[in-house]
Design a binder for this molecule. Structure first.
Ligand code: HEC
Ligand code: HEC
Length: 334
């Protein structure tokens, strides 16, 4: 008590001294945790060799064209609806063929920045992903590569679009179809979120409550898996890292056959996560508080208070960026 009193006396000084010290100038608080995350770029196209407008326009038409699927039932946009942040509203999408677990359709926005594609990361990049999407019984369900090429070639209007997009080699091939789709998808960016503006130094872009939620996201340990520009999308982790997670989906082991990879899933991006529910690989979570609570318990061994949960959920809403409405407008199809 005596020591505390002495220290207090030491630092505060006489009342007259205090009155003479000018108040410190107001300093905007420096954005926090800048090194752990990153700002979404405005475009994900290769800046040195940007794709032509014609190639992107072709990719957009293909993205919206249901005639390229089995029974002409689905386009990419059916399950990755761009006006809805590129994800599906249903818990799981598409039919579930034998032996495979139905999964939730993740967003195609910002997807190219991930280190791999799919919940189990079985595709290396968007090119192989687009090719698999056509043949995957749970996506476009086409029987073969040549069936896809025939479906496109059967629509006469596409000939001009391919000629404009591939002037040197206008023949429709499986490779050129996927290249166009990828060129279009690389423009699917949702920049301008509150978090991005905050990280770029605009301290007032986030309210003090949102910054507090950001602090809790970091101090709770979510950041150990969800970091980088996408707050995810860069590694695999075991679902149920601390407390077992009950799911029949084998995760990576299902595609690699490696028992050691059982229940390993790609840590998903949290960009726009407030808009992409239902959540998790099986779409089993219908509210964000539920996901946050389960994550903290199973992945970190922590049981969060209601206050912590709502604070983190508030932070997650700052990850919603702006939809590029002109870029994603549905085009007239040939
Ligand atoms: C019938 C629904 C359906 C259709 C149609 C569909 N997808 Fe998917 N897509 C899914 C599902 C479900 C997954 C997740 C599957 C998994 O992880 O095993 C997925 C995953 C993806 C991913 C990986 C995203 C990530 O974060 O890992 C991309 C990219 C993608 N699809 C693009 C496309 C494109 C391009 C097309 C059109 C050629 C397409 N999809 C058609 C349902 C669909
Ligand atoms: C040990 C790694 C790890 C930690 C720590 C972790 N997560 Fe996750 N998170 C994952 C994985 C893996 C998934 C994918 C779950 C699945 O496959 O269903 C995921 C999924 C999510 C999702 C669902 C995203 C979607 O699109 O469906 C949210 C939201 C999320 N985590 C938030 C958090 C929050 C908030 C915390 C901290 C309380 C946290 N995570 C901690 C690994 C982790």
């Amino acid at each position: 008590m005596l020591i505390a009193f002495a220290l207090l006396g030491c630092t505060s000084g006489e009342p007259t001294d205090v009155a003479e010290v000018p108040p410190p100038p107001p300093v905007a608080p420096a954005p926090r945790h800048v090194t752990l995350f990153g700002v979404l770029p405005d475009t994900m196209h290769d800046i040195e060799t940007p794709p032509s407008r014609a190639l992107i326009d072709l990719g957009r038409m293909l993205y919206f064209d249901a005639r390229l699927s089995k029974d002409q039932q689905y386009s990419c946009n059916s399950c990755h609806e761009l006006a809805e942040y590129g994800a599906a509203r249903e818990p799981t999408s598409g039919g579930a063929p034998e032996g495979q677990r139905p999964r939730n359709a993740p967003s195609t926005f910002n997807a190219t920045l991930q280190f791999r594609q799919y919940w189990d990361g079985r595709s290396d990049d968007l090119v192989t992903q687009a090719q698999e999407a056509f043949l995957n019984p749970r996506e476009m369900a086409m029987a073969s590569q040549s069936d896809v090429v025939s479906a496109v070639s059967a629509i006469p209007g596409y000939a001009d679009a391919f000629a404009a997009a591939f002037p040197a080699e206008p023949t429709v091939t499986f490779g050129s179809i996927s290249r166009a789709l990828v060129a279009f998808q690389q423009g699917l960016v949702t920049s301008g979120s509150k978090l991005d503006r905050y990280l770029m130094g605009e301290g007032a872009a986030m309210t003090p409550e949102e910054v507090a939620g950001f602090d809790r996201f970091v101090s709770t340990g979510c950041v150990s898996c969800h970091s980088g520009v996408l707050l995810g999308g860069g590694m695999f982790q075991r679902l149920g890292a601390v407390h077992a997670w009950d799911t029949p989906d084998e995760g990576r082991a299902w595609s690699t056959g490696d028992e050691a990879e059982r229940r390993l899933f790609k840590v998903p991006s949290l960009r726009n996560v407030a808009e992409t529910g239902p959540w998790l690989h099986d779409g089993s979570a219908t509210t964000l508080p539920d996901v946050v609570r389960r994550m903290a318990h199973h992945q970190l061994g922590r049981d969060l208070s209601d206050d912590d949960v709502s604070s983190i959920v508030l932070f997650l809403s700052t990850l919603t960026g702006t939809l590029p409405t002109d870029y994603i407008a549905e085009p007239p199809l040939p």
